[in-house]
Each structure stands twice: as structure tokens, then as C-alpha cells.
Ligand binder design. Sequence first.
Ligand code: KG4
Ligand code: ZN
Length: 350
Amino acid sequence: MIESVRELILAFESSCDETSVAVVENGTTILSNIIATQINSHKRFGGVVPEVASRHHVQQITRCTEEAMTQAGVTYADLTAVAVTYGPGLVGALLIGVTAAKTIAFAHHLPLIPVNHMAGHTYAASYVAPFQFPLLALLVSGGHTELVYMASRYDFQIIGDTRDDAVGEAYDKIGRVLGISYPAGKPVDELAHQGHDTFHFPRAMLEEDNLDFSFSGLKSAFINTVHHADQLGETLSKADLATSFQDAVLDILVGKTLRALKTHPVHQLVIAGGVAANQGLRARMHDALATLSDPPQLLIPPLRLCGDNAAMIGAAAHVAYAEGIRADWTLNADPSLSFPYSREALAAIK
Ligand code: KG4
Ligand code: ZN
């Protein structure tokens, strides 16, 4: 009789303002994915306060772990490995997850798998369909705006990056000007479906022959428009402002992604990260791909897996584990952890 192999990974995510613990089976089945959000505690400050985030993680992580194990119906003896996000993110927040994961791995004699948060976001899309390589990922979150080329399953190369603000950050900043509290992405997206692009904000770097992004000029144009109207005592339509902002963002994101697909033909296009929840982005990318003669398959995680969660870390850890990636007890948080930038390797692909 052949014994079936049941790989169970206990995964931790605590890089920002979500404490999350998940149990993932064979990299494809989410047995539990507990997410304790701290958004209400940060709202009154207009953004994430690192010290407050760390304290919340400490308070929540034990309860989340117990709940994840109970909901999954497994014991520590059943586990294959423990995985954890060790960067990028807030150092104090990351340390809570890293310490919890190390403690459990040490106590139960389990391997420890270190996971890059952005690899996790990418692998959230693998719950939709198995990955086929080469693959291109547009990673859009509160801290990142990146085009990542994957020639194989654990090879991440940044081919386009933001020169200034991340796209989610731009949503949160212009949201504040509209009187929308943090995080503003979802309400701005909803408003954007109710207005018209009457302001024609700049589409920075869209015509430039590179794959990089810039959002600070758009953000400044938005803020200046609102301040100027305030000084004149005029009231502008919030819906038109949101639509104008979102149209510019989508032109940039979709335009650069199409450019990348020309130079880097791939089988699949992943959109992941918190901003992948954007309804406008989902629709626009879908329509843009339909104009291509041989479009890649579009993979976007379901909404519950777009924001920070540990199930995505478990999916990436499954692949990292197969690749032999392990951490020892010296594993530390790395707040500015990044994928390799390999311009030379990219030149070779082109
Ligand atoms: O990936 P994530 O949960 O955390 C980070 O790793 O940063 O992303 C959070 C970001 C926030 O900036 C939030 O405003 C944005 O994702 N976001 C959205 C939408 N939902 C969340 N941005 C645009 N449209 C949305 N529907
Ligand atoms: Zn994230």
C-alpha cells in the first residue's frame, strides 16, 4: 500500500497591520487562514503606527495560532514545517511572527521556512490555478508596485519598480484629501465607478521606454487641484476626482504591464497584493488582454487572499520547501528584503 503524503505547513504573517496564521495542505488547500486586522486601531492616526502594530501582533498571535490549528483539525505532531514572513515590512511587526514561528519550530523539531512577503502575495494567485512558467506578476500593495518576472517557480526578478510612492500608498494619501479614512483603496475604487475623468491628471512615465512606475506626480496634481479649488471656495465632485485619479492609475499600471508582456512573453499574468482587489484594475486588465493575439492567462487571487494573509505565505512556503530553502535559529526580520534586480539577466532574455 502506498502511503499518501500529507504536507502540512503552519504559516505566519505579521509584516504590517494584519496578524495571520494559516495551515496549508500540499500548497493547494487552505485548512485555515485566521486574520486579525488592526485597521480600527490605526484609522484614527491616518495610517499604520509601527509601535501599535507590534503590540497588537503580540496580543493576537497566540490566539490566532490556536484558532488556525483548531480550525484545521490538526496537531503539532501532524505538521511538516513552519513558515514565516521575514520581510519586507515593519521590523517590530515582522519580529513577532518570526519569534512565534521559531518557537513552534524549535519546540516541535520542525523545519523553518523563511518567506519573502511579496513571494507570498504572488503565490496567493496559485490558489486560482497552478503556475506555468515563464510568468509575469504585477505586484501592487501599500508598500510595493513591481513587475516581477518568474522564469521558474522560485525565481523572482524585478523588471519594473516604482521610483517613488507605491500605488496603494497613493490611494491612501489622496483618500485622506477626500476625507476617507485609512485604508482608502476600496472606497476610492467605489467612488471611481460613479464619476467621469474630468481632470485628466498626468500619466507619469507612460511614454518612457522602461517598465518603471511613478505616482508622486499624480498624487501632487490631485492634491494641488483640491487645494486650489478650496482657495477659490469651489467644491469639486469627489466622484469625478476619484474617477480621474483611478483612470490615470489604471492607464499607468495596464500600460506598463502590456509593455512588459511585449518584451517578456509569458504563459500567465498574475496581479496580486492589496490593490489587486481593485475592481477597475481587474476589469481593465481583462479587457486589455483581450486585445492581444496570444494573451497570457490572467490569474488574480480571490478578494479574501489579496490583502495580507498567511495562506499566501503557506503557498509560497510549499514551493520554497521543495526548493530546499530553510532557515536556522538565527533567522531575523529583514524590513527591506527585496527580490533580486537582475538587469543583466533581463537583457539576456530580451
Ligand atoms: O497588500 P496589502 O494588504 O498590504 C501591504 O502589504 O501593503 O495592501 C494594502 C493596500 C492599501 O494601501 C489599500 O488602500 C489598498 O491596498 N487597497 C486598494 C483596494 N483595496 C485595498 N487599493 C485600490 N483599490 C482597492 N479596491
Ligand atoms: Zn502585503
